[in-house]
Design a protein around this ligand. Structure first.
Ligand SMILES: Cc1cc2nc3c(=O)[nH]c(=O)nc-3n(C[C@H](O)[C@H](O)[C@H](O)COP(=O)(O)OP(=O)(O)OC[C@H]3O[C@@H](n4cnc5c(N)ncnc54)[C@H](O)[C@@H]3O)c2cc1C
Length: 391
């Protein structure tokens, strides 16, 4: 039986600070010195992944009842922002994993929670979310990956693409069609926990503009057999609901990454503009640069406040698709604008691979695409505005 209980942890400011402090120290000591090298080699940060396991990050939002840290969305968003200020890619390694875990925690049966969540929380089993296919991303109801029941298991055929952690992960929350003829289409969709095994292969690693270090892959399922007990919630037809049910938190997370990139671009610009001199004075004394810094700082603050507002609403169990959509839209665009402005402020050095700025510029646009494109966020916000303000 499905137990869609949504236990939202309470936000504790003092506890937040302790966790953030440990993370900041780890970032300074073990991450910052290695980012440029790993980024440019596009190398998986294996050692950092092990350190993130020790820090408990793979169980950050998993309930303490199942071995996780049970952090609130508010605290989690702060962690994501803090890490993204140093290397946004790292957050993708535990974030898509935690969205898979959230699908089990929110919609799984008690047996599924007890079997999977403790191993997700330690990072012993890591993975992500497999929704997108080569010919559909936004229109998820158009997926074609098919699962057919045969006795006590399902046989799955299809292709998923752009799957974060697709190579290094070992298990995915896999969205499929169990009834391709169903109307409305979402009633024919189901979600499985799909561990790697016979019939499940990675066909290729996808090369990207940014978001280096983390593996994005195409996954192929050919007569892949999965036990019926891996059907999340134990009932067919709830897959679409399971997938979109995680989107509010997913959008808050992407927004938090956007704040991290926007902040990093600002901080480096404030520092650099005091050191770099032209016409006999630091460039921060030129009004043209001050106008940029003023706008950048304002975007950072506004984005941070929108993320906090959405996370607080989420923690209270309130409907927050509009708030999460606004946070995601604004913070991701802030990341894009701030990284471009940081590049202008840094002049030629902004374009150099020996500095961080060009990385922010390559990483930021992904925030506008993932977890629902910004075009879709505007539509969601507008629909909610009308729904909440009937005439
Ligand atoms: C680096 C990276 C990592 C990713 N990780 C994952 C992952 O782990 N798991 C996963 O499942 N997916 C993942 N994705 C896929 C991502 O979620 C999709 O790319 C995204 O949802 C957009 O889908 P699409 O690329 O198919 O674009 P499309 O859906 O084809 O959209 C194309 C354009 O049309 C617009 N559009 C579409 N429909 C409408 C509409 N109704 N109204 C107005 N405009 C519309 C879109 O906004 C966009 O501008 C990842 C993608 C990238 C690039």
């Amino acid at each position: 039986m499905s137990t869609a209980v949504d236990t939202r942890p309470v936000h504790d400011e003092a506890e937040d600070e302790q966790i953030l402090d440990a993370i900041r120290k780890w970032l300074e000591r073990d991450v910052k010195p290695h980012v440029l090298e790993l980024e440019h080699k596009d190398e998986y940060p294996q050692k950092m992944v092990e350190q993130m396991m020790e820090l408990g990050l793979f169980g950050a939002s998993i309930s303490a009842d199942y071995g996780g840290l049970g952090l609130s969305a508010t605290t989690y968003a702060k962690i994501v922002t803090t890490i993204s200020e140093v290397w946004m890619s790292l957050t993708g390694i535990f974030n898509s994993h935690l969205i898979m875990a959230a699908a089990v925690q929110r919609f799984g049966t008690e047996e599924q929670k007890r079997k999977w969540l403790p191993k997700f929380a330690t990072g012993e089993i890591r993975g992500g979310l497999a929704l997108t296919e080569p010919d559909c991303g936004t229109d998820l109801q158009a997926i074609r990956t098919r699962a057919v029941r045969q006795g006590d298991h399902y046989v799955i055929n299809g292709t998923k693409t752009w799957i974060s952690n697709g190579i290094k992960g070992s298990c995915y929350a896999l969205l499929v069609k169990t009834d391709p003829e169903a109307q409305p289409r979402h009633k024919g969709m189901s979600m499985f926990l799909a561990p790697k095994g016979p019939g499940f292969r990675v066909s290729r690693k996808l090369e990207k503009l940014g978001y280096k270090g983390i593996d994005s892959a195409e996954l192929i399922f050919e007569d892949y057999k999965v036990p019926a007990e891996n059907l999340i919630g134990g009932v067919e037809g709830r897959g679409f609901h399971n997938a979109v049910g995680g989107l509010e938190l997913g959008r808050i997370n992407v927004a938090a990454r956007g704040v991290g990139i926007a902040n990093a671009a600002l901080k480096e610009s404030v520092a650099y503009s005091q050191i770099r001199k032209t016409m006999g004075k630091p460039i921060c004394q030129h009004q043209a640069i001050q106008l940029k810094l003023g706008d950048m700082a304002t975007r950072c603050e506004a984005a941070r406040l929108l993320v906090e507002q959405a996370a607080r609403a989420y923690d209270k169990g309130e409907r927050c698709d509009m708030e999460a959509g606004m946070a995601k839209l604004f913070a991701s665009e802030a990341a894009v604008e701030n990284s471009m402005e940081a590049m202008r402020i840094h002049g030629g050095y902004g374009y150099s691979k020996e500095f961080n700025i060009e990385r922010y510029y390559r990483d930021a646009p992904l925030m506008c695409i993932g977890e629902g494109t910004n075009e879709m966020q505007r539509i969601i916000i507008a629909r909610q505005l009308v729904e909440r303000n009937p005439v």
